[in-house]
Write a protein that binds this ligand. Structure first.
Ligand code: FES
Ligand code: FES
Length: 196
């Protein structure tokens, strides 16, 4: 039995243009657009946040990763309406976070970016992974980054950089609080920096 080709299936009725209200990097932002516009388009084209990249547009490569309530998700196939009432953090908003700072330094030291197209998405996913206090052995990190592809093949150096960042954060924790102090990688209870 033959199935109906994709191109002749009826299309969903487009959502009307309206005000979409978002919380991005701790700020309230309003954009007038169709409610089903991908979040990535709003971030890049309307809010000028171009750190999230357009790679595949199909939620396959991870170049567009953002945090939605602290969870790494691709923003290229996330309709704007689905991000309303949630906290969106982009790579720009994560910049002051000590976890992101440790990751950036480790990526530089390990030369974990080649062309760099995938790097912001990888940093966002890695930041969520370290904030959660998850294991940073190569297998656990590879699983956490499985939705991030790198066509330059820098995966080995990325895994090493994430492990370095985790070590640096643990060392900072020991120096500041002693071995039993709160983990530097713990997610903030009050949401993104400056959100309140
Ligand atoms: S551009 Fe979003 S996953 Fe590839
Ligand atoms: S560094 Fe080029 S795609 Fe990853």
């Amino acid at each position: 039995m033959t199935s109906t080709p994709e191109w002749c299936r009826p299309r969903a009725v487009p959502e009307p243009v309206r005000e979409v209200r978002l919380r991005v990097n701790g700020e309230s932002r309003t954009v007038v657009c169709r409610g089903d516009t991908p979040l990535l388009y709003l971030l890049r084209n309307d809010l000028g946040l171009r750190g999230s990249r357009f790679g595949c547009g199909l939620a396959q490569c991870g170049a567009c990763m953002v945090l939605l309530d602290g969870r790494a998700v691709p923003s290229c196939d996330l309709p704007a309406w689905a991000a309303e009432d949630h906290e969106v953090e982009t790579v720009e908003g994560l910049a002051p976070d000590p976890v992101m700072s440790a990751l950036q330094q480790a990526f530089l030291r390990r030369q974990a970016a080649q062309c760099g197209f995938c790097t912001s998405g990888i940093l966002v996913s890695a930041c969520a992974h370290l904030r959660a206090g998850a294991a940073t052995d190569p297998v656990s990190t590879a699983e956490a980054l499985e939705r991030n592809l790198c066509r330059c093949g820098s995966h080995g150096r990325v895994l090493a950089a994430v492990a370095d960042a985790a070590e640096a954060l643990q060392a900072a924790r020991r120096a500041e609080c002693g071995a039993d102090g709160p983990p530097v990688t713990a997610p903030r209870a009050d949401g993104p920096r400056g959100a309140r």
